[in-house]
Design a binder for this molecule. Structure first.
Ligand code: SAM
Length: 256
């Protein structure tokens, strides 16, 4: 009897500790679930803001809505995981945000518009120049077979590669280098997106674009008007381009 009482007294603290740990784990899981729902709600609001901005810019675009599959992808990618902690609370605002090294993650509307202009298909292989945070690549990865993306600033490129791995994006490959020269080994590409502004369409990128493919890029100086441009490589050998709307991007850097 004495022995039994002794054992139950010894077990009490353990039992309490386990109960406390279970309670803490349940509370943490609950808080995580509440936060995840909050991010999801904010994401839906962001998609709504993109819809409204598309309506507002319909005259430039020649249409008043973006493809539903692009908006769905935008509603799924966790943008809050792609921005630094300091600006996390603004992650779902329809605006660009700083990501360090003087660079930015593009405005959601611009990400959605550029993705839409590429006309992505599930069998496509896409090249992105300007990985930045990896967000644009993640949106594309939800819509195409494979994304190759190049970043010129090693710290940003390596961080994006690790982030994309942790988030399980198995169809994105990140390379550190000057995207002006493209990624010849992986081309030709169904489409190419450039997320930094230069004065011209980089000739190596044009070479690596498939016939029938599209390139979407900002063209113009840092201090003058830049335009978002769609370049199409036609089967008859013609290269045709059209301006979509004025934009503001960080410059395409590198030695060329
Ligand atoms: N797409 C990015 C995202 O989703 O976060 C945003 C890109 S940010 C507007 C432009 C990026 O292009 C910057 O990270 C910059 O370092 C990169 N960049 C500039 N010139 C480049 C070049 N020649 N080759 C590759 N990346 C370049």
């Amino acid at each position: 009897m004495q022995q039994i009482m002794l054992r139950s007294r010894e077990q009490t603290p353990d039992f309490k500790r386990i109960a406390c740990l279970l309670l803490l784990a349940a509370l943490a899981a609950y808080a995580e679930m509440v936060q995840a729902n909050e991010w999801k709600a904010q994401r839906q609001k962001m998609v709504e803001a993109v819809r409204i901005m598309t309506l507002d810019t319909a005259d430039y675009l020649g249409k008043d809505t973006l493809t539903q599959k692009v908006l769905t992808a935008l509603g799924q990618v966790p943008r809050h995981q792609f921005v630094p902690p300091m600006v996390k609370r603004f992650a779902y605002r329809n605006r660009p945000l700083p990501i360090g090294m003087g660079q930015t993650i593009s405005q959601p509307y611009i990400v959605a518009l550029m993705t839409d202009l590429l006309e992505p298909e599930p069998h496509h292989t896409v090249l992105e120049v300007g990985t930045g945070s990896g967000y644009q690549a993640a949106v594309l990865a939800a819509l195409v077979k494979q994304v190759y993306t190049i970043e010129i600033i090693p710290a940003l490129g390596n961080e994006a590669r690790q982030r994309l791995q942790e988030l399980d994006y198995g169809n994105i490959e990140v390379k550190i280098g000057d995207g002006f020269y493209g990624w010849p080994d992986k081309g030709p590409f169904d489409s190419i997106i450039v997320t930094a502004a230069g004065n011209q369409v980089p000739p190596p990128l044009l070479q690596q674009l498939k016939t029938g493919g599209k390139m979407v890029l900002p063209i113009g100086d840092l201090f003058s008007v830049q335009y978002l441009v769609v370049v199409e490589k036609h089967p008859d050998g013609d290269i045709r381009s059209r301006q979509i709307l004025p934009v503001q991007f960080v410059p395409l850097t590198g030695d060329h």
